[in-house]
Design a protein around this ligand. Structure first.
Ligand code: AMP
Ligand code: MG
Length: 403
C-alpha cells in the first residue's frame, strides 16, 4: 500500500495535453484561457468623464472665473464639443469623451445652473486640474496584456475580453470523460428499488462536480459481470481520454474491475492507498494515453478521491498553477486510531477573527452520503498522528473552491 503523497505523485506524473479549441467568448466561463488577451486600444480609450456636470478649462478657474456660459450639452456617446472662450463650458455627462479644449470637470453638486449660466458654488481651492476624468490609457495601453493565458476565465475576464473586442477565445480543450458505475445492487434513479437494491447516485455526484469544472461527462453502468465489464471498458478506452470508475475494486468476490483493466492492458500504477475513506483506490494508464481512476463505490470515498486526486490532476493537466493549499483550525478534539491518513468531513466557516474554522461532521462512515450535504470540505489529518487537538491547523480540501 502506498501513501497519499505517493499516490498524488504518481498521478501528477501522468499529466496530459488535450490541446486548445476556439469558442465564442460568452461560452467560455470557467474554461482555461489559452491565449494572452491584449488591449486593442488604450483603456480607457479616451479621456472619460466620471461625473455629470460641466467641463471647463482649469486656467479660467485659476484666473478667477466662477460662472460659465453653457455652450453645448454632451451626452455619453456624443462626439466631443468645442469651447473657445475661457468663461464658456460644456455641460457634460458621465461616460462622455472630454473635449480637447477643456481639462477639468465640475460636478452638478458643486454648481448652480440658471438660464444657461453655471455658477461654481465651491471655493476654487477645492477644484483640482483634471478632476473627475478617467484619463486615456490610465488602466492599460494599447497592446498591453489585459489577461494572461493559463488562468480560469472569470466573469471579470469575460468583461475584459468583450471590451477589447475579442469575439472568440482560444481555450484549453477538456478531456473526454466517461463515468462508469458498477454493481448489481444499483438501479436507475427513476426505478423503485427492491428491498436489497439501491439507486445509483454517486455517478451523478461525479457528473455534477465535473460540470462545475466545465466537463460534460458521459455516464455508463456495468453489472458485476466480468465479460460485460471488460467489453464496456474496452469501448471506453477507444472513445474517451479519462475513465472514472466507481465501485468494484475491493476484495469482494464480484469486484471484477482491476482484473478487467489488467486484461485490457491498462497498466496498474497503484492499487490501495493508506487513507480513509477510499483505501481501495486504483489508478492506471493505457498505452494509448487514457488514464483510469477507479474509485471505491462508497459515495464519500468516491467524492473525496475525486476532489483530492482527479481535480488536482485536471488542474495540472490544464496548465493551471497549483492553488495555494488551504488550511483550517480544528474546532474540537478529534481521534482517529487506524494507521491511515484520515479525510475528515468538516463544515468550514470563517469566524469573527477571520480564521477558517473546521467543525467535524463525521456521519456514519464512507457510505453515509446524507452527511456530505452538511459538509463543505475534507480535512486531511496526518497519518503519523492519532489525536488531533482543538486549535490545531490542518490542510483542507474544499468542495467547490478548488479552482
Ligand atoms: P463497491 O466499491 O463496489 O464495493 O461498493 C461499495 C458500496 O458503495 C456499496 O454499498 C455500493 O452499493 C455502493 N455504491 C457503489 N457504487 C455506487 C453508486 N454509483 N451510487 C451509490 N452507491 C454506490
Ligand atoms: Mg460493487
Amino acid at each position: 500500500m502506498i501513501t497519499v503523497e505517493e499516490a498524488e505523485k504518481t498521478i501528477q506524473a501522468e499529466l496530459r495535453d488535450y490541446g486548445v479549441e476556439i469558442m465564442p467568448f460568452e461560452l467560455t466561463l470557467g474554461r482555461v484561457l489559452a491565449e494572452d488577451i491584449k488591449a486593442d486600444r488604450d483603456l480607457p480609450p479616451f479621456n472619460r468623464v466620471t461625473m455629470d456636470g460641466i467641463a471647463v478649462n482649469y486656467d479660467a478657474i485659476e484666473n478667477g472665473v466662477s460662472s460659465f456660459h453653457i455652450k453645448a450639452t454632451q451626452a455619453a456617446g456624443d462626439p466631443p464639443g468645442v469651447v473657445h472662450e475661457p468663461d464658456h463650458c460644456i455641460e457634460i455627462m458621465t461616460g462622455a469623451a472630454l473635449p480637447l479644449s477643456v481639462d477639468t470637470v465640475i460636478r452638478y453638486e458643486d454648481l448652480e445652473i440658471r438660464a444657461g449660466l453655471a455658477s461654481v458654488l465651491i471655493s476654487p481651492n477645492h477644484i483640482k486640474k483634471g478632476q473627475n476624468i478617467h484619463f486615456q490609457g490610465r488602466d492599460k495601453k494599447q497592446h498591453d496584456i489585459v489577461a494572461e493565458s493559463g488562468q480560469i476565465i472569470s466573469p471579470a475576464i469575460i468583461s475584459l475580453v468583450a471590451s477589447v473586442g475579442e469575439t472568440e477565445l482560444r481555450v484549453k480543450k477538456m478531456p473526454r470523460v466517461v463515468i462508469i458505475s458498477s454493481g448489481d445492487e444499483l438501479v436507475e434513479v427513476e426505478q423503485i428499488p427492491l428491498v436489497y437494491q439501491i439507486r445509483r447516485s454517486n455517478n451523478y455526484t461525479v457528473k455534477a462536480v465535473l460540470q462545475q469544472h466545465g466537463i460534460e461527462a458521459a455516464m455508463l453502468h456495468v453489472p458485476d459481470d466480468p465479460e460485460i465489464t471488460k467489453r464496456l471498458i474496452q469501448q471506453c478506452l477507444l472513445n474517451y481520454d479519462v475513465i472514472l470508475l466507481s465501485g468494484g475494486i475491493s476484495m469482494g468476490k464480484f469486484d471484477y474491475i482491476p482484473k478487467a483493466l489488467e486484461e485490457l492492458n491498462v497498466q496498474q500504477l497503484f492499487h490501495k492507498v493508506e487513507q480513509r475513506p477510499g483505501k481501495p483506490f486504483w489508478f492506471g494508464k493505457h498505452e494509448n494515453g487514457v488514464v483510469v481512476f477507479a474509485f471505491p463505490g462508497n459515495p464519500v470515498a468516491t467524492f473525496m478521491c475525486l476532489h483530492r486526486y482527479f481535480l488536482t490532476w485536471l488542474q495540472a493537466t490544464l496548465g493551471l498553477k497549483p492553488q495555494p493549499a488551504a488550511y483550517a483550525v480544528l474546532d474540537r478534539d478529534f481521534n482517529f486510531l487506524p494507521a491511515l491518513k484520515y479525510f475528515l468531513q468538516v463544515h468550514l466557516q470563517v469566524n469573527e477573527s477571520g480564521q477558517l474554522m473546521a467543525t467535524p461532521i463525521e456521519g456514519n462512515g464512507s457510505g453515509d452520503f446524507a452527511n456530505l450535504a452538511d459538509t463543505n470540505a475534507f480535512m486531511e489529518l496526518p497519518l503519523e498522528k492519532n489525536h488531533f487537538a482543538k486549535g490545531e491547523v490542518y490542510r483542507v480540501w474544499m468542495f467547490k473552491g478548488l479552482f
